[in-house]
Design a protein. Structure first.
Length: 240
């Protein structure tokens, strides 16, 4: 859930009911209504703090809408890098451009924006044993970096491990609190049990952030090794 950045009374009431995020509908205004006043300099920076919303992004998404269209920003000579950097400082997760075109010259800046907006998970290290007994515990350590500016908010997604060969597949979900993986480094070390009836043999070990109900990968990680079905292959493991 999100609430329009309106006033302290409204935002205090909304925050008392749920972990909400917020939205604004005039991102980029640098003086289009009044040369001596703008949303970007005279309303949003103050409002976020004065209305008590500076930490709301940790629980709910920040969704920003373009003021006019991006071509208007360019025609007015407004600084696209400043606008983007302000939105990232406010922990933006989504941007509504009103289905309007991005000025051709601005695509490098917009691509930089997209690579920082919301969450962006990188697996920096993942360790596990070379072999394991079936029915045993598969211990692992993992170091993740969220290179974006916000967490993921989908509570029905989870981190999972898959063992697979030509004949057999087993998927084990974890209790990783991925909605708490804030920008920066995040560690998650744990173990999953393997089935007692898992046939011995060599398996590929894959990881993914999946939907709990379907076991289908839903999140693209910012690493190599993505398989055709959306998992990420880290190596092999022998089941004895």
């Amino acid at each position: 859930m999100i609430a329009l950045l309106t006033d302290k009374k409204t935002e205090t009431y909304a925050l008392s009911k749920a972990g909400i995020g917020w939205r604004i509908d005039c991102l980029g205004d640098m003086g289009g209504f009044d040369k001596n006043w703008s949303h970007m300099l005279d309303y949003y920076p103050e409002g976020i703090i004065n209305f008590g919303m500076q930490d709301a992004w940790k629980k709910g998404p920040v969704s920003l809408e373009v003021c006019w269209v991006m071509q208007k920003w360019k025609d007015e000579g407004w600084n696209i890098d400043y606008i983007i950097d302000q939105s990232l400082k406010w922990h933006v997760s989504s941007f509504n451009a009103k289905s309007s075109a991005v000025p051709k010259e601005w695509w490098p800046q917009v691509n930089r924006w997209l690579n920082k907006m919301g969450y962006r998970f990188v697996v920096r290290r993942f360790t596990y044993p070379k072999e394991i007994m079936r029915g045993g515990k598969l211990w692992f350590t993992s170091w993740w970096e969220n290179k974006g500016v916000a967490p993921i908010y989908k509570r029905d997604y989870c981190f999972a491990i898959r063992l697979q060969n030509r004949r057999d597949t087993v998927i084990r979900t974890t209790d990783a609190a991925i909605t708490e993986w804030m920008p920066g480094d995040n560690l998650y070390d744990n173990a999953v049990y393997l089935p007692y009836d898992l046939p011995a043999g060599n398996y590929q070990l894959d990881i993914g952030i999946i939907e709990k109900q379907t076991n289908e990968p839903k999140v693209k990680l910012a690493i190599e090794g993505r398989t055709a079905d959306g998992w990420y292959r880290l190596g092999s493991i022998s089941v004895k």
